[in-house]
Design a protein around this ligand. Structure first.
Ligand code: PRP
Ligand code: GLN
Ligand code: MG
Length: 504
């Protein structure tokens, strides 16, 4: 998952973009970047690392201008090289910079078409650079020297026709302004807000509403699936539906894990959804495990805390924070390699023995993906003296790869792939294991917005809503991005000719 922000303001936007990216850091820890426009010139800083490490004072000084976009990256295509950090830049037409959250599924076809037919070259293996060039190609179709809002909406309409997959996107066009759009299924989130200043209104778009809060922008609404919003440099706003058959199908995993609890996505509060997930899982535990003697409910920090508290209340059993989280270690699931993820669990979490000694504990996590966390945490609970260790996952079994912006490319790396609950229970070393039902997970989110009829749930049921994913595609993806090949590609990534030099 990545995070994107964009601001059209009346004064310097660099600090607000930085602040917005900082509160979206949970969506990607690999790279960060900001582009602003000053005197019709792009100003860029991007590099691998966390927001706080990428932008030093000298870079902030460089990022002059009242309009800009930013990105934090969690790679799902290409390599982790700094040359694939975003935003990306293309010089034609006008000069465009683009930031993207999501993943395109017709990458190969697009790359061939772009070079052979549109005569545009991309210099990296990033799908986002393809998206930028396709937007550029479509914007170039009108020969006008100044693009009208209609020209921009027509270009986005054509982009929707060419590309498939998930994309929440924000782009700057020199001499014009900022355009933001969301794929026709609305898989990835995108919101916009405004703030009144003495010099007029300012606009901000962001992956999550928390970024608006942090920058003092008032939430206006979600960008609709398929919709494009165009903000001119001088503060006018235009919006239009640019897709032929848009349908709301937001990614359910945003609610399970990715998004911050204080965000609201498509009118559904992430926090309230997690509490509801806890309620439903608590009911299932009460139904199916009425003979189990649980002494205490313990969350696996951090994402599962709200869920576990609700389960404890539901079961009328004490809730205890038996694991202490090291606040200086980031999220482990979105780390780039399995070795690093494995090591980080121990560095990140430590047990308080008193909460485990001689007790039957129920450990709660939001999800079990590769099993990296659950396996080690159960071992830690036993080492701390637990009598029995029961384990509950607030998401169902994750059995299928993700192709829409979550880096789970390989079915074989998923602990639940091809396995039933008993086998998984044995593998992670629990005494008993229970998963949320998919119907309950969907119902938990829909409680807060029944208008959303469908969610993107492919990791649980293998149904890919863009209808373009077959076994052949998944096999190719697996071969290209499983742990081993990713390590290899990343090792070679430094030798990529970097046109966008990281600089100092
Ligand atoms: O089965 P796995 O492959 O281990 O993945 C699942 C775990 O990873 C995530 O935690 P993470 O440490 O990334 O972040 P958090 O602190 O927000 O819970 C998630 O919350 C689970 O705990
Ligand atoms: N997680 C994401 O949204 C990734 C965006 C893009 N596919 C990349 O790899 O850079
Ligand atoms: Mg976790």
């Amino acid at each position: 998952m990545c995070g994107i922000v964009g601001i059209v303001g009346n004064s310097a936007v660099n600090q607000s973009l930085y602040d917005g990216l900082t509160v979206l850091q949970h969506r990607g820890q690999d790279a960060a970047g900001i582009v602003t426009i000053n005197d019709n010139m792009f100003r860029l800083r991007k590099a691998n690392g966390l927001v706080k490490d990428v932008f030093h004072t000298r870079h902030m000084h460089r990022l002059q201008g009242n309009i800009g976009i930013g990105h934090i990256r969690y790679p799902t295509a290409g390599t982790s090289s700094s040359s694939e950090a975003q935003p990306f830049y293309a010089n034609s037409p006008f000069g465009i910079a683009l930031a993207h959250n999501g993943n395109l599924t017709n990458f190969d076809e697009l790359k061939t078409w772009l070079f052979d037919t549109a005569r545009r070259h991309v210099n990296t293996t990033s799908d986002s650079e393809l998206l930028l060039n396709i937007l550029g190609h479509e914007l170039a179709q009108t020969q006008a020297l100044k693009l009208t809002p209609e020209d921009i909406f027509q270009a986005v309409n054509n982009v929707h026709k060419r590309i498939r997959g998930a994309y929440a996107t924000v782009a700057l066009i020199i001499g014009h302004g900022m355009v933001a759009f969301r794929d026709p299924n609305g898989i990835r989130p995108l919101v916009f807000g405004k703030r009144e200043t003495e010099h007029g209104v300012e606009y901000m778009v962001a992956s999550e509403s928390v970024a608006l809060d942090a920058c003092d922008f008032e939430f206006v609404r979600d960008v609709a699936p398929g919709e494009a919003i165009y903000f001119t440099e001088d503060g006018k706003m235009y919006s239009q539906q640019c897709a032929e058959a848009p349908t709301y199908s937001p990614c359910i995993f945003e609610f399970v894990y990715f998004a911050r609890p204080d965000s609201t996505i498509d009118k559904m509060s992430v926090y309230a959804t997690r509490v509801e997930m806890g309620k439903k899982l608590g009911e299932k535990i009460a139904r199916e495990w009425d003979d189990l003697d649980i002494d205490v409910v313990i969350p696996i920090p951090e994402t599962s805390c709200d869920i576990a508290l609700q389960i404890a209340q539901q079961l009328d059993i004490p809730y205890r924070q038996g694991f202490v989280k090291n606040r200086y270690i980031g999220r482990t699931f979105i780390m780039p390699g399995q070795e690093m993820r494995k090591k980080s669990v121990r560095q990140k979490l430590n047990a308080i023995s008193a909460e485990f000694k001689g007790k039957n504990v129920l450990l709660v996590d939001d999800s079990v993906v590769r099993g990296t966390t659950s396996e080690q945490i159960i071992e830690m609970a036993r080492a701390a003296g637990a009598k029995k260790v029961y384990f509950a996952s607030a998401a169902p079994e994750i059995r299928f790869p993700n192709v829409y912006g979550i880096d789970m490319p390989s079915a074989n790396e998923l602990i639940a792939h091809g396995r039933e609950v008993d086998d998984i229970c044995q593998l992670i070393g629990a005494d008993e294991l229970i998963f949320q039902d998919i119907e309950d997970l969907v119902a938990a989110a829909r409680t807060f917005n029944p208008e959303v009829k469908r969610f993107e749930t492919s990791v649980f049921n293998g149904k890919y809503i863009t209808n373009d994913i077959d076994q052949g595609y998944l096999e190719k993806l697996d071969a290209a991005r499983n742990n081993e090949s990713k390590e290899q590609t990343d090792k070679n990534a430094d030798s990529i000719i970097d046109l966008h030099n990281e600089g100092a």
